[in-house]
Ligand binder design. Structure first.
Ligand SMILES: Cc1cc2nc3c(=O)[nH]c(=O)nc-3n(C[C@H](O)[C@H](O)[C@H](O)COP(=O)(O)OP(=O)(O)OC[C@H]3O[C@@H](n4cnc5c(N)ncnc54)[C@H](O)[C@@H]3O)c2cc1C
Length: 466
């Protein structure tokens, strides 16, 4: 079995880091990337400026490989956009001959199992190579064998729905990313490039944004700038919780100043009345109404409907566990991360800024030599940082190489988070405003929030969907 390579699923920053660590150790690797290029998910949000500077965004083994070729490192304290991360770091990496030789793009892993072993079969399981079923660009399927598998496929392609129950709202029908043909034109999951390619789409429209994390804030601020150019543009911000303090975050105290600044900008935009706020708003129905969408739900205990022309859902993402169905995994029932990692990252439990360094030991699964790393390793927890993933990659690869001393020697120097931003949790789930270690600025009273205007109210059925 040892002649097989280590298979990596996903060519995002963390999957590529795992590849670099394997190559550095002289191990053989094969990397499958579903997109037409590595960094496909990063490129999806390429217009967004990152909140952590270059020095936190690059993996040490990748940098060593690049530096050996005369690559010039970007300024450590500058903040790249997603597109710059790709152009100046991920793309040069994939152009290295050693990397080029192992990357298969347009290759989507659709299932992983053990050769001649379904999930039930014990005997000889640990020694059986992994089987990866891969869908290729020409629609054919192929099969690859691996001695170990590192799943770094992220969560970006599996967005959370607008519906408040964890399920798509009635009418937010699930097809691909919950988009029905009727609504495809008017619902966007993720972060549209409001300033450029999506500008015309939103100019002069009434737009609702659902979500409360970094992605939602970026989108809302871009829309607020659009509304300055075209005042007919109006913005409705729908939040499941009502604790704006958590959303504004660490402000000037945030150890990642760019992230703190976003919160401050948002606070100012809200104070200036740039948007209506529906909070707490729990969406239950999304109905077509002529050329508009009627979004209905529970607004602070009362039925409420808002009519908008566009809906942007920035409600975070969740891991797609279907490809792991035939493997023996022990996942936390709440977070959907490995069980050992969950208490470190569960926003229901941990205080801000306290994610302990972790590595192979916390990521280990009952399925020997199978690891989930990167964004997907955090399951539904939204606080993942790239630097965390790079240390996971280093530690896991060391373990696969039998270098247990290096695997256990986990070193992670993360900035204090200083903020606890979440896309999906209830308002008070993480940060207790009275807690000493919750380093956010002064609470914002609900009375300070401009509430939804009466024009937003329309008559629409709440139960069932037309
Ligand atoms: C808008 C935004 C801004 C962020 N800013 C920061 C920041 O400033 N600092 C920070 O530390 N973190 C930031 N993050 C969080 C996180 O670090 C990034 O999401 C990062 O890209 C995660 O890296 P990853 O490699 O785990 O996953 P991804 O970048 O999501 O990569 C996963 C890759 O796997 C591929 N893939 C998916 N499924 C399959 C499959 N079945 N088969 C093959 N390939 C597959 C995808 O196409 C993708 O290329 C940000 C996230 C977002 C969304």
């Amino acid at each position: 079995m040892n002649e097989h390579p280590v298979a990596i699923i996903g060519g995002g920053p963390v999957g590529l880091a795992a590849a670099a660590h394997l190559l550095e150790r002289g191990d053989s690797a094969i990397l499958f990337e579903a997109g037409s290029t590595v960094g496909a998910s990063v490129l999806d949000w390429g217009h967004v400026r990152m909140f952590s500077p270059w020095r936190f965004n690059m993996d040490a083994a990748c940098v060593r490989l690049l530096e050996a070729t005369g690559w010039a490192a970007p300024p450590p304290d500058e903040l790249p956009t997603g597109a710059e991360l790709y152009e100046r770091y991920l793309r040069p990496l994939t152009e290295l001959p050693v990397m080029r030789g192992i990357i298969h793009s347009r290759a989507r892993v659709i299932a992983v199992s053990r050769r001649h072993h379904d999930k039930m079969k014990d005997r000889g399981r640990d020694d059986a190579p992994f089987v990866l079923r891969v869908a290729l660009a020409d629609d054919s399927e192929s099969q690859f064998l691996a001695r170990a598998v590192i799943d770094a496929s992220g969560t970006w392609r599996n967005p959370n729905p607008a519906g408040a129950d964890g399920l798509p709202a009635l009418g937010e029908s699930r097809s691909g990313s919950y988009q029905t043909s009727g609504q495809r034109q008017r619902v966007w999951y993720g972060i549209p490039d409001v300033k450029n390619s999506a500008r015309e789409r939103y100019l002069g429209k009434r737009v609702m944004v659902v979500g409360s994390g970094h992605s939602a804030i970026n989108t809302l601020l871009d829309l607020a700038r659009l509304a300055e150019d075209e005042p007919k543009t109006s913005i409705v911000w729908a939040l499941r919780g009502a604790n704006l303090q958590r959303i504004y975050g660490g402000g000037e105290n945030d150890a990642l100043p760019a992230r703190g600044r976003l919160g401050l900008l948002m606070r100012r935009a809200v104070a200036a009345g740039a948007m209506e706020i529906l909070a707490p708003f729990r969406i239950s129905n999304i109905n077509n109404h002529g050329s508009a969408l009627v979004i209905s739900g529970d607004l602070d205990g009362a039925l409420y409907s808002a009519e908008v022309e566009e809906l942007i859902v920035c409600a975070g993402a969740r891991p797609d566990l279907r490809i792991n169905r035939e493997l023996r995994l022990d996942l936390d029932p709440v977070v959907e991360s490995s069980r050992a990692l969950a208490p470190l990252i569960d926003p229901n439990l941990h205080s801000c800024g306290t994610v302990r360094p972790h590595g192979e030991a916390e990521l280990r699964q009952p399925e020997k030599d199978f690891y989930i790393i990167g964004m997907k390793s955090y399951g539904r927890a939204p606080t993942f940082l790239m630097a965390t993933g790079y240390e996971q990659a280093r530690s896991v690869v060391a373990a696969l190489a039998g270098d247990w001393a290096a695997a256990r020697d986990v070193q992670l120097n993360l900035p204090e988070t200083g903020v606890c931003v979440s896309d999906f949790t209830d308002e008070d789930a993480c940060c207790d405003p009275n807690a000493v270690d919750c380093c956010a600025p002064a609470p914002v009273a609900l009375e300070d929030i401009p509430l939804a205007s009466s024009q937003a109210r329309v008559q629409a059925p709440i139960i069932g969907n037309g």
